[in-house]
Design a protein around this ligand. Structure first.
Ligand code: NAD
Length: 488
């Protein structure tokens, strides 16, 4: 397709509640902000732009509910299971919302709905595992005559701050574990995609989550976001977004507990004994899904020099077969970036690499917020597309002579989220996996693979702590000891 033709947007079939959710009810808020479709700039809806005073009301209300209202684990499990089912029953409406306000095609949005239901189902399961253990007092003379144990207690109020690229499932990854652990949650969704979060909140309320336990404060990062992170009654901040924002959040949070899922500029290694075509297919899928706006996107490929030319040809041919188009068209593979400013930024980074000597093998074309999937070779090591997270549909392919060099190149960035290795050799795969400094290594797959139950995150600038339902529940609860002095 050479030009993207988009149809005039139809009204949403289901409009989520307007405004925001705090003090146990839906409210309009003092000021509002508009949500636009990045594809054509049409208005999708209006939400509250929560002020610091409104954030304060939200946090205070949730803190009071946590302190005063019982909500036993079995009821939490029933509510989260019911919510998982309701997400699937409202699949069509959620798919439409995710796709209209965000950048996902309808096919991508539909897959996200399934993932969110799975995340809630896993969260429900974790309510049965909030267990502690007895303590080994007899192991030390100072423990004589004592008996004790620890239980897992909720931290209290969780502030959840989410990005635009998975507006449903990344919200579920924070709210589900927080509620499963017995906490209350105040959610600040991304400015671009708050409607899906409001629809999700409605689903939780309809499923039996007590209204006092949940608040949603749509708004800006510098307004609602900053006020939420700095609020003294917030006990834990769970943030997903860019690493620079992560620094700001850490400063505003002070000594609060924080969990951070940040970015990546993920690499894939292709050895000469790999199934070349399967590797090319996985790399293309991993690089260009959601137009590259995915923290697990494949951004850099290091391929054995002996197969580099043929591998690059395969990748370029598969990339050129992708259909760039309107999000609502089920034939579309690549939708827009989240806004035109982002598309221009990505275009600028490619221009910079090109000016420094890189060759554009395909792509590098922009129309509004759409940017065509782009494959680059010969990119200098210090170009932004090599060192930073592109968060757009750009893939760099570089040949390597030795595996040692390739491993060093993967590790040389400041990120470390995930990586992929394609090889027929088990020993080679395990050896490389040992040496890559990342949170996960996918063997014979691209970096872009995740199930919602695995510990998720990475070292270096890719984050602090791990998400993944069980690990998030663990982080959002704390051990509490009871020790009994016998015969006292
Ligand atoms: P972003 O950092 O711009 O914003 C994320 C959220 O933080 C938004 O809700 C925003 O309003 C809020 N925010 C901004 N400034 C704030 C402040 N000072 N205080 C409190 N909140 C503030 O990120 P984005 O552009 O929405 O998302 C893209 C980024 O998210 C990419 O870097 C991507 O890699 C990362 N991401 C990471 C993961 C992961 O799990 N590792 C998953 C998805 C996205």
């Amino acid at each position: 397709m050479t030009t993207v033709e988009t149809e005039a947007a139809a009204p949403l079939t289901w409009q989520p509640p307007a405004g925001g959710l705090w003090s146990g009810r839906w409210v309009d808020g003092g000021s509002a902000m508009s949500v636009y479709d990045p594809e054509d700039g049409s208005l999708v809806g209006r939400v509250a732009d929560a002020s610091p005073a409104e954030v304060d009301r939200a946090v205070t209300g949730v803190a009071a509910a946590v302190a005063t209202e019982e909500w036993p684990a079995w009821q939490r499990r029933e509510a989260l299971d019911a919510a998982a089912r309701l997400v699937l029953r409202r699949r069509a409406a959620l798919t439409e919302l995710i796709s209209r306000e965000g950048c996902k095609t309808v096919r991508e949005a539909d897959r996200e709905v399934s993932r969110a239901a799975e995340t809630l189902r896993l969260s429900a399961q974790q309510t049965a595992h909030l267990t502690g253990e007895t303590l080994p007092f007899a192991d030390t003379p100072r423990g004589a005559g004592r008996l004790g144990w620890y239980t897992r207690e909720p931290v209290g109020v969780v502030a959840a701050i989410t990005p635009f690229n998975d507006p449903l499932n990344l919200v579920a990854h924070k709210v589900g574990p927080a509620l499963a652990g017995g906490n209350g949650v105040v959610l600040k969704p991304a400015e671009a995609t708050p409607l899906t979060a409001l629809a999700f909140a409605q689903i939780l309320l309809d499923s039996g989550v007590p209204a006092g336990r949940l608040a949603v404060v749509p708004g800006t990062g510098s307004g609602a976001g900053r006020a939420l992170v700095g609020h003294p009654l917030v006990d834990l901040v769970s943030f997903t977004g860019g690493h620079r924002t992560g620094d700001e959040v850490a400063r505003a949070a002070g000594a609060k507990k924080t969990l951070m899922e940040l970015g990546g500029n993920n690499a894939v290694l292709v050895l000469d004994d790999a199934d070349r075509e399967a590797a090319a297919r996985a790399v293309v899928d991993g690089a260009f899904g959601v137009a590259g706006q995915n923290c697990l996107s494949v951004q850099r490929v290091f391929v054995d020099a002996r197969i580099a030319a043929r591998f690059t040809q395969d990748v370029v041919a598969m990339t050129e077969a992708l259909r760039v188009g309107g999000k609502a068209d089920p034939r579309t593979d690549i939708g827009p970036l989240i806004n035109e400013r982002e598309a221009r930024r990505v275009e600028g980074w490619v221009r910079q690499a090109h000016d420094a000597g890189a060759e554009v093998r395909t792509g590098d074309r922009r129309q509004g917020a759409f940017y065509w999937p782009t494959v680059l070779t010969g990119v200098p090591a210090d170009a932004l597309v090599m060192t930073e997270e592109v968060f757009g549909p750009v893939l760099v392919i570089e040949p390597f002579d030795t595996v040692d060099d390739a491993v060093a190149r993967v590790n040389e960035t400041r990120y470390g989220l995930q990586a992929g290795v394609f090889t027929a050799g088990l020993e080679a795969a395990l050896d490389i996996a040992d040496r890559l400094r990342v949170g996960a290594v996918m063997v014979n797959d691209s970096s872009d693979f995740r199930i919602d139950a695995m510990p998720f995150g990475g070292p270096k600038r890719s984050g602090v702590g791990r998400e993944g339902v069980r690990y998030a529940v663990e982080a959002m609860t704390e051990p509490k000891i009871v020790a009994v002095r016998r015969g006292a």
